[in-house]
Design a protein around this ligand. Structure first.
Ligand code: 5GP
Ligand code: MN
Length: 335
C-alpha cells in the first residue's frame, strides 16, 4: 500500500468510526478469517465495527471468534442496508468487484463513505478510495497482517486476531501446499505462533470435524469423477438429488474439487455442483502449473479468480454444462 494511503487510513482510524466490514458471497475461510480478524483489531481501537456477510457463512467456520456477531444481508436486508449506508468507513475484503456480493451489490453502489479494499484477486474494479490489491499474496489474511503492521499496530495482533488471520492463510494455501505460499507466508505464521495461536487446534476445527454425511457425499463425488487423459483433465459432478440424499449443508462440498488434481498426470480439474434453488450450476476450477483457470472461467463460465483456482457458473442443465465443458476442452491445448 502507498505510504500516503497508510497515513490517510491512520488519520481515519484515529477517532472512533462506524465501520462495516464485508466479505464476498458464500464466504470461505479467508473471507471470514480476514473480516473477523479486522473486526477484532478495530474493536481494540474502540471503533463501532460490524461484519456483514452477503449470505450465510458455512458451519465449519462457526467456531471463529465472534462469528455469532456477523450479520447476514440476505436475512435482514433493510436493517443491514441501513447500517452499510450509515457507515463512516467500509472495508471490502477478499473480493474486488461488487457483483461478488450478489444482491448486496445494489447497496454497495450507493455507498458514499470511503471504501478500503484488501484483496488478492486479479483485475480489481475501481470502487475503493484506498486499495491494497496484490495478486502475489496467497490470502487476504496474509495481507491483513501486513496492513495492520504497516499501520503501526503490530502490538494489537493478539491471539484472537492472529487466530482469524491464521485461518485464512491455512485455508487459501491448501495448508501451505499451493505455490502462492512464500517464505514470507511462513514468517508471518511463525509470528502468529509466537503470539500464541493454537495451530493444531485450528486445523482440528477446520478439517477434523467432518460429518458422516459429508464423507458419504465425498464418496459419491469420487464415484462421479470422469478423467479425460488426453486433456490431462478430470471433473466431478454433484446433482441436487445427490446433495439431498447426503443431507447436504453449506460447506460440505468445500475442498472436494482438489481430489481431481491429486491424480497423477492431471493438471486441470473442475467440479460442477447443481443449485436448484438458484437455477445454476456452480463451478470450481483448479489447475497445476501454467494453465490459467481464471482466464478459462472468465471466457466461458461468467467467472474469475486466480491462475490456479477460479470459479464460475452455468445456467444450462448439468448435462448441457458438462457437454459444453467437454466441447471447449476439445478445442483447448493443455500442457
Ligand atoms: P472456489 O472455487 O473456491 O469457489 O473459488 C476459487 C477462486 O475463484 C476464489 O478466489 C474465488 O473468489 C474465485 N471465484 C469463485 N467463483 C467466482 C465467480 O463466480 N466469479 C469470480 N470473479 N470469481 C470467482
Ligand atoms: Mn482469498
Amino acid at each position: 500500500m502507498k505510504d500516503e494511503d497508510i497515513s490517510a487510513i491512520q488519520e481515519l482510524l484515529s477517532t472512533p468510526q462506524k465501520v462495516v466490514i464485508i466479505p464476498h458471497r458464500s464466504p470461505d475461510g479467508d473471507a471470514m478469517g480476514s473480516t473477523l480478524g479486522l473486526y477484532h483489531f478495530l474493536k481494540q481501537l474502540n471503533h463501532d465495527a460490524v461484519v456483514i456477510a452477503p449470505n450465510e457463512f458455512p458451519e465449519f467456520l462457526a467456531w471463529l471468534p465472534s462469528s455469532d456477531t456477523v450479520l447476514v444481508y440476505e436475512k435482514e436486508k433493510e436493517k443491514t442496508a441501513g447500517i452499510i449506508l450509515n457507515a463512516d468507513l467500509v472495508f471490502t475484503l477478499d473480493f474486488n468487484a461488487f457483483h461478488r456480493t450478489g444482491e448486496m451489490e445494489h447497496v454497495l453502489k450507493k455507498v458514499t463513505a470511503p471504501i478500503i479494499m484488501i484483496d488478492h484477486h486479479q483485475k480489481p474494479d475501481d470502487y475503493a478510495k484506498y486499495m491494497f490489491s496484490d495478486t502475489k499474496y496467497g490470502s487476504t489474511c496474509e495481507m491483513l497482517y501486513h496492513f495492520i503492521v504497516d499501520l503501526g499496530y503490530k502490538n494489537l495482533i493478539d491471539k484472537t486476531v492472529a487466530t482469524c488471520i491464521y485461518t485464512g492463510i491455512v485455508t487459501d494455501s491448501g495448508s501451505f501446499r499451493f505455490p502462492s505460499t512464500t517464505s514470507t507466508t511462513h514468517r508471518v505464521v511463525a509470528d502468529l505462533i509466537d503470539i500464541g495461536i493454537e495451530n493444531g487446534a485450528v486445523h482440528n476445527s477446520l478439517f477434523d470435524n467432518d460429518s458422516y454425511d459429508r464423507l458419504r457425499l465425498l464418496g459419491q463425488a469420487l464415484q462421479n469423477m470422469k478423467i479425460l487423459y488426453d486433456k490431462k483433465t478430470s471433473y466431478i459432478t454433484l446433482s441436487q438429488k445427490e446433495l439431498d440424499e447426503n443431507n447436504y449443508v453449506k460447506g460440505d462440498t468445500e475442498g472436494i474439487v482438489n481430489y481431481g488434481l491429486s491424480i497423477k498426470g492431471i493438471v486441470f480439474t473442475a467440479i460442477f455442483i447443481e443449485h436448484r434453488e438458484e437455477n445454476i450450476i456452480k463451478i470450481s476450477f483448479r489447475s497445476q502449473g501454467n494453465f490459467d483457470v481464471n482466464q478459462f472461467a472468465r471466457t466461458h463460465f461468467s467467472g474469475g479468480g486466480h491462475i490456479n483456482a477460479a470459479g464460475g457458473k452455468s445456467y444450462l442443465s448439468m448435462k448441457d454444462t458438462v457437454a459444453k465443458f467437454e466441447e471447449i476442452l476439445a478445442q483447448t491445448t493443455i500442457n
